[in-house]
Unconditional design. Sequence first.
Length: 508
Amino acid sequence: MNPAIEPAPFVVEAGDISEFRTAISEIAKSGYTETAVRDRLDLADITDLKWKALPIYRAERLAERDAQALAMELFLLQGAVPEGELRRLFSAPSQAVLLRTGTLEIDSSGLARARASLFPVGDRLIFSDHAWHKLPHPGYTTVPHDLVMFVGSDSRWLARATVRRPVHVALDLCTGSGVQALLAAPHSERVLAVDINPRAVRCARFNATISGAVNMEVAEGNLFEPVSASERFDLITANPPFVSSPVDELMFRDGGPSGEDIQRRIVAALPRHLAPGGIAQIVTELGEREGEPIVKRVRQWLDGARMDIHILRLRTYSAGYYAIGHAASEGGYGNYLESVGAWAANLRDQGYARIISVLIAIEWSDPAAGAPWDRVDESQPPKREAGTEVEAVFSLERMTRRNRIGEADGRRVSRSGPIALTESRVLGPQQIPASARATLLGQALTVEHTLDPVERDILQSLDKHVAISDLLAVGDKVGIDRKAVLAALDSLQRRGLVSLTDGDSGIP
């Protein structure tokens, strides 16, 4: 094994900032972007990157050692590059400043390695600690407890789902590398990033400095601790430690035996710190017990605050699968099986049947729209920007609740776009009604909406703009109560499956 190297210090002197930025621009010019990396490695999404596939990536996708391949090898795949090859990627001054700041290291055998990873997020580049901290490089004998969270799947899901409307002040909790705060900076007048981990604070400040995010402040503290009691934010994001864990090995990962130690406190404080008209968005995992909806727990954490809740269920893991995936693999099979048993026992103690990856969005409720509502949808994780779709969930819910469709409504109805409609039937003597699901195509969030028979029939009938009065008349002929038709239209509009336009002009 090659000698171990220490993690990057995440420090840059004022006199080195300009040259350091030049070095980063040289990496970017090699074609080191999220899309380019995805395509070069033949991935459906960059979140599909796997350390077990490193030999395949290197042999099949990076055999041509151009500048892009070298950037990926050093800053994404945690590999080594002969010192002589660095000149294909860096100018001499850039190489020197990366070595001087401890971002690169060259060992006695002449192999260069990065002491931090540089993650492409869209067309941005974000430094953090390595994703695969137990690989031989950097070769820790013990994984540091204060390791900074890498830009992983959950980070990218939150980044893609965040609503990007202009805001005065944004707050990012458990900021880690500062990735969410950095992405919020262009559409915020001010951004505050907070983390309890001093190393994470140093990393986030490092990223803010080299990216030139002058409106971004990084504070060390325990969640809302650095914030004044009266301060409110238009956007609050959080990617907290959420793993339901029997151990406390990694600050960025382990969320206590229940996994809820930190996320509960974040949600409970939202009524004090979310500004009117603002939105809070959290990516996390929650343990699910039989017969207990997750949204009920989130509502309890809000303790009666008049807030609307939208939860996107992205992935589901059985408790057993989750335990196997998180168990420590060092020390042979005996130790591994013992670790699996400890993780599984902890999940049983919590009563968790499964673990759900979720995106939670919370806003203040509109009194004109009635009582605070909550909604839970299932979707594949977003692979592109989905903030406008998250925002649309809240606006459609409120619009529909404020303006119920009535019998005298003169508008016309049409599908909002192409819709995939799937039906399932049970064949046999049992009289079980068919179930139907609809998905609006072309969206970043592939939400499947369950339809009742009236909703299904309405969607199927909308080959053109149809007057609400005509739908009611058809319902009369086949014996469907008018209230059922109107309720179905409300439901379809609320979920964005149909649009209503003026009956005369066709203007929405």
